[in-house]
Ligand binder design. Sequence first.
Ligand SMILES: *Cc1c(COP(=O)(O)O)cnc(C)c1O
Length: 404
Amino acid sequence: MNFDYLFNTQLDALKDEGNYRIFAELERQCGAFPKAKCHDDESPDEVTVWCSNDYLGMGQHPKVRAAMQEAIDRCGTGAGGTRNISGTNHEHLLLERELADLHGKEAALLFTSGYVSNWASLSTLGARLPNAVILSDSLNHASMIEGIRHARCQKVIWEHNDPEDLDRKLAALPANATKIVAFESVYSMDGDIAPIREIVEVAEKHGAMTYLDEVHAVGLYGPRGGGVAEREGLMDRITLIEGTLGKAYGCMGGYVTGSAALCDFIRSFASGFIFTTALPPAVAAAARTSIAHLKTSDIERMQQRRQVARLRQMLDQKGIPHLENPSHIIPVMIKDPVKCRMLSDILMREWGIYVQPINYPTVPKGTERLRFTPSPLHTDAEIEHLVEALTVLWKQCAIAHAVA
Ligand SMILES: *Cc1c(COP(=O)(O)O)cnc(C)c1O
């Protein structure tokens, strides 16, 4: 039997739409961030990465690397088991304590990724709590959507970042419902930030729990990198704060923080926590070092902000439209999947600039974009080079008219 035609029919449809994903084959160069070797035949050997989620370059920080190396020499590579069966390492507990402290919570629970932490936690809460109803922001990340789907409880979608709509939808629910309001702080595609205070107030008014994904904010916002809720002084009013160790902290893994009972509940009932090998102890050690560093060091955040402002200002000078937002994410809207892919290809091949096209289903059709994330390690010269390339392409391509 040959099943490949079944696979290829759907792949061909994806290619026709311009939404087929092509991954750039990179080799990150430690110490040269944001430069990477590029293994694609048609591209220069070295490119500047403009779309990394290693927002502060912490994945190459000397202290973080040293912590990982030291822990490998001490503990070896893998955890050796699931958390339940021999895999709970001292390093996991040290990291969980660090995370609880970061968010001012009683406890934290580690997962192998942020995706798994959202999926496992939301599905467990929704499935186990009596008469659970999850109220989900309409632009929530795929990991939350999948977790909610798996919970098989009632789900209500509220308008993105709209506390009034949330208020109406909460008011319509029966009194005996256990209500869970799930949302993010920084939305990574538009770079907008949720009105957390208003959302928390609406949730409190209706006796609802709050579940906040701070994946794109931890390490970056708040005096100790605790996220937007820390910056706004709201951490203690949020039931559960979720985050990742894979983005600004430059490592890998995900977590939730909250009361001791909440974390114990998820620990005890979430299949995605229990039935998988624990994170390597060295990853936990590196992540803890990265978190501890960013709790006291502000230099990285300050320099990142400077470079973000600089890129925005230079794009404005050249009349290249980008979405205004209060975060570190700069989306340049292309609004066409084929053009978006084409621009990305030209930037890579002719300019040594790597920015992945963001197409459907990551964003809605017609809102395709290039999404730039300047780091503290992008130099002024690299920013100028990027803006020059975009200016030239903007003049050449018909997009100028489509966007104007
Ligand atoms: C990336 C992302 C996640 C998943 O985190 P990983 O650690 O990469 O699995 C969760 N939520 C949001 C909003 C994300 O963008």
